[in-house]
Design a binder for this molecule. Sequence first.
Ligand code: PMP
Length: 363
Amino acid sequence: MTSPVPAFWSPRIGALEPYVPGEQPRIANLVKLNTNENPYQPSPLAIDAIQQAAANGLERYPDPTSLALREAVARRHGLKVEQVFAGNGSDEVLAHAFFAFFQQAEPLLMPDVSYSFYKVYAQLYGIACELQPVDDGLRIDIEAMAARARGGCAGIVIANPNAPTGIGLPLSRIEQLLAACPDRVVLVDEAYVDFGGESALPLIDKYPNLLVVQTLSKSRSLAGLRVGFACGQQHLIDALVRVKDSFNSYPLDRLATVGAAAALKDEVWFKTTRDKIVDTREGLSLQLEDLGFEVLPSQANFVFARHPQRDAAELAALLRERAVLVRHFKQPRIAQYLRISIGTREQCSVLVQRLQEILTETP
Ligand code: PMP
């Protein structure tokens, strides 16, 4: 029985199934490997820029176009500033893109195993989705998706590398999708691309239907600042600006704009912290395999792993009792996997020790 819609709510609110973010508990000495945050601090240049901005000008509204940040993105990626849109986290950018491009008569295509927020935006905006099954190795079936797209669709959304699997696709496969869907937008969410994926940004001038979304939450250690961006040809960016200016003129505050722009200029900090994470990921994958886990090949700042003899939800609960948080999704096909964010080397060795204890001490 569905419960009655509470008084005051608009009729559709009761039917929404909102996204559930990973826990942010306040537990001392917690090893927090559940939300794919970066374990390292952001660039000191970003912190300096934020401190200076905090001391000057907070009484004024920020630049509604976030020009300084968009210029920094354009310079970093060899794009024109008109090809860049900035938003309050890539979640907001994704939401605006769904609103701007995917409200069409046909269904939107996405893999059945992907970032679960996509289905939430689709529901929010009344967009019908068609889920394309990933294969038994949890890989996106590009041939099947391209074939389905040729039959007509509202567009395609994929994460590359995919979430929560961490598996990346080469650019040739992305081009296959772009070619199969020339009249609709193909949105490639590259939240994790800096950890080993291949970015589609160099394809922007070639494909008028390509929109690439990235975030500063992961490889730039700025999850707390909420900054994401989209890149594409100007006609796509113009649509996103129209949605933004019909929703919130100032999604990025002064601190976020300058902090993110400064972080994008610190290439040395970016590469040093990124390389440490990639190195730790490779070491952790081997250690998990030694413990009997099957670990999917990851190009992201997390690994997705299952233990053939142990229930994943139970493992997550036992780890939690030992002050280690990892993410478990109670979803079809992936319910026996754990998603483990890459922390510092020390945090990952605590995780391995706790898993070792659990596997030997509990039946
Ligand atoms: N895309 C994917 C695939 C993600 O996993 C996340 C992080 N939850 C996001 C987008 C959103 O990141 P943010 O809003 O922090 O930029």
